[in-house]
Design a protein around this ligand. Sequence first.
Ligand SMILES: [Zn+2]
Length: 220
Amino acid sequence: MTENVAEAAETADLPGSRSFGFRVLRGRFLVYAVSPAKGARHWLQYAACSGCVMSAVTLRIGEGHDTHRTIGGRPLVIGGVVITGVPFGLDGHSDADVLLHAVTDALLGAAGLGDIGEWFPNTDERWRGADSAVLLKAVLRELEQQSLHVVNLDCTVHAEKPRMGPWKPLIRQRLADLLQVDLQRVNVKAKSGEAVGPVGRGEAISAAAVVLLQYRPAAD
Ligand SMILES: [Zn+2]
């Protein structure tokens, strides 16, 4: 009896397989694997195996959190939207879009792909002043490769100034466009810092994001 999906892939001569799905068909348990070695999709057929069920889930959740210091002389970009009428922006190697960074980290987390610092190191000159939407799109392309699709995103911006409430609809639309999902699948919340801590004193802006992904191969 095979105990887990990785073992099943080894047994079937598909070492290093990294993407898995499963379905139950006519009482048999089928494990789906993408093997980088063979570059093809394979259905592996097994009797029911509780370990396989646990490790071949089709839904994956991820969270992301980010904070940047406020600084004068830079545009303030949050969620891919330039926030106008503000005499400061955020300090950072890229455009310092605190919300897109949190969303990108949530996507990477859900996919088990590490974090944004590993993908886009702040020591790499390629990302100096980079549009964070470009970074997010690069991660989305990887998810597409792995047949991982966004189910929904919920996120929160923590800022004392400016008040983010009026900007929520625009940011929500921009996030839906970037993720290529319906507006209803995205939610944006805004909180002040209650005048305490780095956010409350206006020294920083933070963002948090939770995303749900679904593993859904194009064809069975
Ligand atoms: Zn960041």
